[in-house]
Write a protein that binds this ligand. Structure first.
Ligand code: HDL
Ligand code: ZN
Length: 418
């Protein structure tokens, strides 16, 4: 019996259902599997002291930065709750996200009572909560951000760790790539023959370092975040290390290299993690990298709204460039709406529309709830456009397309050998 096409009048409802039912592969997060202990953040006090909310609470009611940071976590959370939720309406995306998360966890936000929330989180364990959150957010799996230079994280890898299959590693290389003047000393301390001038021996040793951590982490990809003034090629050690070490090793292991471009680190250091900002970056450097290394694969996202259209057009030129996510300051409904439409119009379904960038486990609930709704409605508009041409839309075709966007494009990109 041939499949009945979806009636145009039902399209929007059916697409929302299909998108909600689709388990998601979240390709970039700052979450950690249980064996990483305290590095896995979860619960209401971590939600309320997320650096996005820290930036907002200092705007709403400025106070001495050091005095805030000297408060216990719970007192910081109390301040955020009072200032941003009780003394004014929590309309920002980060505030709204906390409420969406609590509501989806079955908590009553109308009571506005933080201690009831705290009791809920106290009554569960980290493992129970991982299971609950993955189920509530309908996640297939998440990719972590794993930094060998992190003194809390490295010992867990050195001891050997058996990961929950729902957690995959990503080898993050910012200290190596962006701060060689410091990281070469660290490498020397670990027994690598690294020199300040990044000579041939250093290049060989960096490749050895990469091989060691690829073997240890079995990462889905390697990654770096880059500032707006990143240029390739240039006479920096970053460019040499990319060309002589990262790209060849990534190619040998068929690993994508993720470049997250446009972050201006610590424009206000007093805000700590919340002190980073954004700047328009150079898409032509990505164009040169994709053209110059056709047998490498690149996952790319930009932080500035002004770079998004150029990135989409560049992706049209290079199959080895996979555009992904609405990163950080882009992860707001108005911008998700704009760039998802732009990507579908220019790239069709050959892109990865979203990642969560979650730092606190519970955040995947709101980040994906909000994005699923937005992306489903944009897809509905596109399928309605097709239906108006007489094109028949089958539910199985929608399910196939949604699988691509929320996991299969990533998995196929990982296994593709250019
Ligand atoms: O560099 C990154 O991966 C960014 O996502 C930063 O971690 C940033 O602090 C962040 O969490 N953005 O959402
Ligand atoms: Zn991130």
């Amino acid at each position: 019996m041939p499949e009945q096409p979806v009636d145009v009048s039902d399209l929007r409802t059916r697409i929302r259902e299909i998108v909600d039912r689709q388990p998601i592969l979240d390709i970039h997060t700052h979450l950690y599997d249980i064996p990483f202990g305290e590095l896995l953040l979860w619960g209401i006090d971590e939600l309320l002291t997320y650096h996005y909310l820290v930036a907002e609470v200092f705007r709403a009611q400025p106070m001495d930065y050091d005095q805030f940071w000297s408060l216990p976590r719970q007192a910081q959370a109390d301040r955020v709750w009072r200032v941003l939720f009780l003394e004014r309406s929590p309309v920002s995306e980060a505030c709204r996200g906390v409420l969406t998360t609590l509501e989806q966890l079955g908590l009553d936000t109308s009571s506005r009572d933080l201690d009831t929330c705290r009791d809920f989180f106290k009554s569960t364990t980290a493992q129970e909560h991982v299971n609950r959150v993955f189920k509530t957010a309908n996640l297939h799996s998440v990719v972590m951000t794993n930094d060998p230079f992190d003194d809390l994280e490295r010992p867990v890898w050195d001891k050997g760790v058996q990961l929950d299959p729902r957690f995959r590693a990503a080898l993050r290389l910012d200290p190596l790539l962006l701060a060689w003047e410091k990281s070469f000393e660290t490498l020397k301390g670990w027994g690598y023959s690294a020199g300040r001038d990044f000579d041939a021996t250093s290049r060989k040793e960096v490749r050895r370092f990469l091989e060691k951590w690829i073997a240890a982490m079995k990462p889905a990809y390697m990654a770096v975040s880059l500032t707006p003034d990143f240029r390739f090629p240039d006479d920096s050690i970053t460019s040499s290390m990319l060309e002589e070490c990262i790209f060849p090793v990534a190619r040998e292991h068929r690993l994508p290299f993720a470049m997250m471009i446009g972050v201006k680190r610590q424009v206000n250091p007093k805000l700590k993690l919340a002190g980073d900002s954004v700047g328009r970056a150079d898409v032509s450097s990505v164009e040169r990298i994709c053209a110059g290394f056709p047998r490498n694969k690149f996952l790319v996202t930009f932080l500035s709204r002004e770079n998004q259209h150029e990135l989409c057009v560049t992706a049209r030129k290079f199959p080895n460039l996979m555009v992904f996510g609405c990163w950080w300051f882009m992860n707001n409904p108005s911008l998700i709406e704009e760039i998802t439409r732009e990507r579908l119009e220019l790239l069709g379904l050959s892109m990865i529309p979203q990642h969560s960038d979650a730092r606190v486990l519970d955040q995947v609930i709101y980040k994906w709830r909000h994005s699923r709704t937005l992306i489903a409605d944009i897809l509905a508009d596109k399928y309605e456009d097709l239906a108006r041409t007489g094109w028949r839309i089958d539910a199985s075709a929608i399910e196939r397309d949604v699988r691509l966007l929320f996991g299969e494009n990533f998995e196929q990109f990982l296994s593709w050998n250019p």
